[in-house]
Design a protein around this ligand. Structure first.
Ligand SMILES: [Zn+2]
Length: 300
């Protein structure tokens, strides 16, 4: 069976992207796996620290346990998403034990998020995690630049943010960062934003984001590794499809499937109906939005 590192590299070469679906509620795992299998596609199940702190996924072990009930490794693998060194509430995180735990229970790829640190400190933290994970053959995703939206405070208006390029990943820095950390994949900021997760904001509709595809192409050439798009929900489709041709090989999808789950659960009180809403939206993401139904045989 191919490793996740190989699968994501294959995606880059083929100009497609592997979606990584975030599951802030454990019952979301089953319908996501089912949708990926039914579409004969390949995807990752993502669990991020904010999802066990602010939602109900409980932690890497609980997600791994639920995943093991539905696991279809030829279609879906487990990825540890966003373990921030400084979190969205500006708190220091004791991050290394979280990686040690996830690696011990079989996560096949991990992400360290040092994006709230200075460049040098991000470099150092990422290097530490690369050392830990590579020792057991697991690829590491890092983040450079600021993919905003998880923070509780107000965002600047989107058009202002996009026009100013505030927080966009710098090409020279990205080249140096990848060389010096040895990270396998890099999450970049090119106009993408995270869906809100703060209380009182998480039900909001996301703004439609655009992507600076010229910057993306430069980042891809400079780094030579698979790049990752966070905040994959609500990006205008033409930009997402363009991004897959210019180096984005993994796309994180969170809000797109979280909100249907929450809305249907609230309206009906039925977990089964909420799961069906997740299934339907996941099918839509794979087949209609990303156009990657049937890619399993090509990438995995
Ligand atoms: Zn993210």
């Amino acid at each position: 069976m191919r490793t996740v590192a190989d699968i994501v590299s294959n995606a880059r070469r083929l100009g497609v992207a592997i979606p990584a679906f975030n599951v802030p509620y454990l019952p979301m795992i089953e319908p996501v796996v089912r949708a990926v299998v039914d579409q004969d596609s390949f995807a990752l199940i993502d669990t991020a620290r904010p999802e066990w702190k602010k939602f109900e996924s409980k932690g890497p072990a609980a997600v791994a346990h639920e995943f093991s009930r539905w696991s279809k490794p030829e279609h879906v693998r487990l990825h540890l998403d966003h373990v921030p060194v400084i979190d969205e509430d500006n708190q220091q995180v004791d991050y290394l034990p979280i990686f040690k735990e996830a690696l011990a229970i079989g996560y096949e790829s991990v992400m360290v998020d040092g994006s709230r640190l200075s460049f040098e400190n991000n470099l150092q933290a990422t290097r530490q995690v690369v050392e830990l994970a590579h020792a057991v053959g697991v690829p590491v995703e890092a983040e450079l630049g600021a993919v905003m939206g998880h923070e509780a405070g107000p965002l600047p208006p989107y058009e202002e943010l996009y026009a100013s390029g505030l927080g966009f990943t710098d090409v020279g820095e990205a080249r140096r960062f990848v060389q010096e950390t040895g990270c396998d994949w890099l999450s970049v900021a090119i106009g993408n934003i995270h869906g809100a997760i703060a209380a009182g904001k998480k039900d909001q509709r996301k703004v439609e984001a655009r992507l600076n595809l010229d910057r993306l192409e430069q980042l891809s050439t400079a780094t030579g590794i698979p790049l990752v798009l966070h905040g994959g929900s609500g990006v205008r489709q033409e930009y997402v499809l363009g991004a897959m041709k210019k180096g984005i090989a993994k796309i994180n999808v969170a809000t797109e499937i979280r909100q249907p789950y929450e809305v249907v659960l609230k309206e009906t009180g039925s977990v089964v109906k909420a799961q069906q809403a997740v299934y339907d939206r996941t099918v839509w993401v794979l087949r209609d939005y990303l156009g990657i139904a049937g890619i399993r045989v090509r990438v995995a």
